[in-house]
Design a protein around this ligand. Structure first.
Ligand code: SFD
Ligand code: AMP
Length: 630
């Protein structure tokens, strides 16, 4: 096995990740660090310019509260999020982000992000909370600002370094370890505070895409659960691990639907042309009070569609041609209608070219002209993304000034957005129960958490105590798959078939099969039960045993090994939380066949969990839902 050099980096604030939340954190932390003579270090597994969920760009900013216009209040946004998550949300966190997000969007514009404007110079809204952008280069613009801020404050950033584990000293986080995915180097980051912003988790479940398309997903396959593992393994309390997000997307290339439903006001129908939102409206009675709010919660929109799918009324179509025709027909005359039609056609393609290019490619490959024929949509495989309409992530403190007498003891413990592990902060997908923050809200949350982390360091400015023995043990564990492969690969003629080890791809396939069949994946129509979950957890325990036999032939495969270990812990937390919550609260995300209805009396509560890496034991707990608005 090659010798690995150990690179030790001493810093004050370590930012893990280089995506939207991390870039927000880098800008804000650099400002306050410079004022306090502190150092900020950022580490990303990829290249910041094109890493994370916004790598391909986006065609919209989905959180802009527009407070200055007077059209909306903070309470309006809180109500929207609480209802969309069927009552389960931390209103203090949603408010904390919503009151700052507009300023972040204004920064994006100042940095060069093209936001659509109407003839009066006002932003073009996709919907009440969403703005249209020409966002192909969104991430480059945001990353540039982060790098400039770090440089100006004598900070630094590392790219292509994959973070595997937190460094824990007693009940405190004192940094992180990882390895370069390009050179034989192991990295040890010693830090006074650490901000986790490594995105959510994809490919825990079996995707619909297969063969040549395998790996195609909506949320990026390279967000592989590092945030969840970092906080879980560090002993942080986690929340909403049962609340996976299932987006409805254009079939097989995963193009988003928001612009079609909101901007083009399109409807989706079953194969017989029936509008399932209307035809299945009686179902809404079962999910009151949330089933009746407007807009209908994202999971409920899914559920009414799934009922038709389960009734054999597929394919489900987005009626793009009708929507475009309706808008063009509103034009004053034929010439204007023709011009409008051209515009809409361009916008329809731009929507995907700015965000999910493969949808535009699939349209071209299957002769789709959206102004002429409808396109199939489908419910995707489940994702763990606390920044969208999901809620999974770490349990974090709210800001003190937003607490009420009822909430303060439960929701505030010192520093906004700090986890229950001292010195460990979380933002974006890494922090839970604060849904609907999207790209802009994640950036704003990164800023809030970073400012709090700097004030934590100013208050607790001691050098971190890092145990060398722990580092040595972690180094051996991290590099073990390379040693396993080297030791055993010569024992068979095909390196993929060997009784001594398992390759990361094989490991991932088994994980995805277990989750798909036992925890309510695509092939189970998103349905599960106590019996299925118990069997799934038994099989997951064997997989955990076999993780000790993972083998990697090179650095890339070593990364794949650890990506899948991270996914496995996300899977474990997910199954335990679905089992713990004895009801069905989010039909359309998952349905417990043995607990088929909503139980607000017993389960209007957070399902939290905690892992003890010394014993391997999980603790499940209920936490009260307390609103700050009422
Ligand atoms: O409509 C490690 N999102 C959308 N948000 C919007 O505002 N508008 C849209 O139009 C959106 N659409 C959309 C969206 C996402 C995707 C994939 C598509 C379409 C196709 C959601 C946002 O993108 C999302 O909310 C934020 O990006 C979340 O921010 P954050 O910071 O939590 O995650 P990230 O940006 O993916 O960054 C993660 C970073 O971590 C790095 N990383 N680094 C070191 N070690 C490890 N082990 C690491 N693992 C990961 C990554 O490289 C990355 O830098 S619509 O469809 O919703
Ligand atoms: P999506 O493209 O599904 O990621 O959605 C983008 C944004 O539009 C998110 O804020 C969604 O909550 C919102 N959205 C999508 N579809 C609808 C709908 N049918 N009604 C209301 N909001 C929607």
């Amino acid at each position: 096995m090659p010798d690995f050099e150990t690179v030790t980096v001493d810093t004050d604030l370590l930012i893990c990740g280089g995506g939207m939340a991390a870039c927000g954190a880098a800008v804000e932390a650099s400002y306050w660090a410079k004022k306090n003579g502190l150092k900020v270090t950022l580490v990303d597994k990829a290249a910041m310019d094109r890493s994370g969920a916004v790598a391909m760009g986006l065609s919209a900013i989905n959180q802009y509260v527009d407070l200055n216009s007077g059209n909306n209040t903070l309470k309006d946004y809180i109500d929207y999020v609480r209802n969309d998550l069927m009552g389960i949300t931390r209103e203090d966190l949603v408010a904390s982000i919503a009151r700052h997000v507009d300023s972040t969007v204004h920064l994006f514009e100042k940095w060069g992000l093209p936001i659509w404007k109407d003839q009066d110079g006002n932003y073009v809204h996709e919907g009440r909370w969403q703005l249209m952008i020409n966002g192909e280069s969104y991430k480059i613009i945001v990353a540039e600002a982060a790098k400039n801020a770090l440089a100006e404050a004598d900070g630094e950033y590392f790219e292509r370094v994959f973070i595997t584990h937190p460094l824990i000293d007693g009940d405190k986080c004192v940094g992180a370890v990882g390895f370069s995915v390009r050179e034989n180097k192991l990295y040890v980051f010693k830090a006074k505070a650490t901000l986790v912003a490594m995105g959510g988790a994809v490919h825990v479940f079996k995707p619909r895409s297969t063969g040549e398309g395998f790996g195609r997903s909506w949320y990026p396959p390279f967000n592989s659960g590092a945030s969840a593992f970092f906080t879980i393994y560090g002993g942080a309390e986690m929340t909403c691990q049962e609340v996976r997000f299932i987006p409805v997307r254009f079939k097989d290339a995963y193009g988003p639907v928001g612009a079609w439903f909101l901007l083009f006001k399109s409807i989706a129908t079953n194969a017989q042309g029936g509008n399932y939102m209307q035809e299945n409206a009686a179902e809404l009675d079962k999910w009151e009070p949330y089933g009746k709010v407007k807009p209908r919660p994202a999971n409920i929109r899914n559920w009414l569609m799934m009922l038709d799918v389960m009734d054999g009324k597929s394919p489900i179509y987005m009626q793009t041609a009708d929507a475009i025709k309706r808008i063009a027909d509103e034009a004053p005359d034929e010439k204007a209608a023709k011009k409008k039609l051209k515009e809409l056609e361009a916008e329809a393609w731009e929507d995907f070219l700015d965000m999910t290019i493969s949808q535009a490619i699939l349209w071209a490959a299957t002769n789709v002209e959206p102004e002429k024929k409808p396109s199939e949509i489908m419910a995707c495989d489940p994702y763990f993304i606390g920044s969208h309409s999901g809620a999974s992530g770490a349990w974090v403190s709210g800001p003190e000034d937003l607490q009420t007498a009822e909430t303060k003891d439960e929701y505030f413990w010192g520093y906004p957005h700090m986890t229950t592990v001292t010195g460990m902060f979380a933002a974006g997908d890494a922090s839970g129960a604060s849904s609907h923050k999207f790209s802009s809200g994640s950036h704003a949350e990164g800023r809030i958490a970073a400012k709090a982390a700097i004030s934590y360091i100013v208050d607790n400015n001691q050098a971190p105590n890092v145990d060398q023995a722990k580092i040595d043990a972690l180094k051996a564990e991290i590099l073990k798959p390379l040693a396993t492969y080297e030791e055993h690969s010569g024992k068979t003629t095909d390196p993929d078939i060997n009784p001594e080890y398992i390759r990361p791809r094989q490991f991932m396939f088994r994980l995805q099969k277990i989750m798909d069949e036992y925890a309510g994946g695509v092939s189970s129509q998103f349905k599960t039960s106590e019996k299925l979950l118990e069997k799934g957890m038994e099989l997951l325990a064997y997989l955990k045993e076999d993780s000790d036999k993972l083998a990697a032939s090179n650095l890339h495969e070593l990364m794949r090994c650890w990506e899948n270990v991270h996914r496995m812990y996300q899977a474990d937390a997910h199954m335990r939380s679905i089992l713990f919550r004895e009801e069905t609260r989010w039909p359309g995300y998952y349905f417990r066949a043995d607990k088929p209805s909503l139980d607000n009396e017993n389960w209007l509560a957070f399902c939290n969990c905690k892992y003890d890496k010394e014993t391997g034991e999980w603790t499940m707990m209920k936490k009260p839902v307390k609103y700050i608005t009422s």
